[in-house]
Design a binder for this molecule. Structure first.
Ligand code: TXA
Ligand code: MG
Length: 323
């Protein structure tokens, strides 16, 4: 790619241009509060095909459609249960994706041929502005997976996106730079097609948040065989380095733990986050940095407890299984 694809100053003009690029069938990577997304027009099969090419992802693997607000929900989904509306009212805009029965405008090419659709309203201001502008000019919304090559660690900055997929983008395609993602791990995915919500992927909206704040019962993670999602692939969230969870002391290896855990002798401290939120925020960039330093093994002491810690452990367990 010849020109720099970065748009750092996301003015109203820049957002309008990006929305026009989407309308013309090009890809636009954009920040969200969870991780960066690689966006395309959710109703344009050719544009969606490009997402799969650039990501190197199998086409039966569905994409999340990003909408500007709850008001857009019944455009893309039908038979929406009452509890899904409650979830949306409480946690949107935010780090939560709902799986619902799709309407007829959510095509096979974006749902992986399933009769459900993943929908999310992100809170990041640039994401909000872009989706809103695009909806205005298109009568569509933005389908976007995480902006990384299939199976790799998600991108939490514009530079990460460039490193992951920059070489595959064409001159019309761009990366909107909104700084580092404030949450740092992907959204909670909740299957809303049954009589109770079921968490398919843990994230910053936790089971406890839902049961305590909304008094709704939630089914523990259980992946039905007909549902395909990120976490169901073993090699997901895997950096180049080997990730080793807890306990082991390996001289020369990288080390990541909360700040109150001392660095074992002979190990290279990569980060010392002081809270679980910070742990989530720096997790992927730390693993990327280890790869850049040529560190081949990273030992991670996982945060304990519920909530966001569960989401972090879920990512680490997958990363530890390797590629
Ligand atoms: O935080 C996030 O969710 C980020 C940002 C960009 O929104 N997106 C993201 O997308 O993580 P992706 O594609 O990397 O992971 C979303 C997962 C996919 O693996 C997909 O299989 C699952 O959500 N998914 C999407 N639609 C689905 C559906 N209809 N049924 C089951 N799973 C679905
Ligand atoms: Mg992903």
């Amino acid at each position: 790619m010849s020109n720099s694809p970065f748009i750092s100053n996301c003015t109203a003009d820049a957002i309008r241009n990006a929305a026009r690029a989407l309308k013309a069938g090009h890809l636009v990577a954009f920040p969200t509060e969870t991780v960066y997304g690689l966006g395309a027009d959710a109703r344009n099969p050719e544009a969606i095909k490009r997402i799969y090419e650039v990501k190197g992802r199998p086409t039966d693997h569905p994409l999340i459609i990003h909408i500007s607000s709850l008001n857009q929900l019944d455009k893309w989904a039908i038979d929406i249960p009452e509890y899904a509306i409650k979830l949306a009212r409480k946690f949107w805009p935010g780090p939560m994706t709902l799986i619902l029965k799709r309407s007829e405008i959510a095509g096979d090419f974006v749902t992986g041929g399933q009769d459900t659709v993943g929908l999310r309203v992100p809170s990041d201001p640039i994401a909000q502005a872009l989706i809103t502008e695009f909806e205005k000019i298109s009568n569509s919304a933005i389908a976007a997976p995480s902006a990384n090559r299939f199976g790799q660690v998600s991108a939490t900055s514009a530079l990460d996106v460039l490193e992951e997929i920059g070489e595959y983008l064409n001159e019309e395609e761009q990366i909107l730079d909104g700084g580092s993602s404030t949450i740092g791990i992907e959204s909670t995915i909740i299957d809303c097609t049954g009589s109770l919500p079921r968490i398919l992927r843990n994230g910053a909206v936790s089971k406890e948040d839902i049961t305590i704040e909304l008094k709704i019962n939630v089914i523990e993670i259980g992946v039905s065989p007909e549902i395909r999602f990120s976490g169901s692939f073993e090699k997901h969230y895997a950096p180049k380095c080997k990730v080793i969870i807890d306990k082991e002391v390996i001289v020369g290896a990288g080390f990541l733990a909360l700040h109150d855990v001392e660095t074992p002798p002979g190990m290279k401290r990569l980060a010392a986050p002081s809270t679980v939120e910070e742990f989530a925020r720096i997790l992927y960039s730390t693993l990327r940095a280890a790869d850049q330093y040529g560190i081949t093994s990273v030992v991670v002491f996982q945060p304990s407890g519920q909530g966001l810690s569960i989401a972090i452990r879920e990512r680490l367990e997958k990363a530890a299984r390797g590629r």
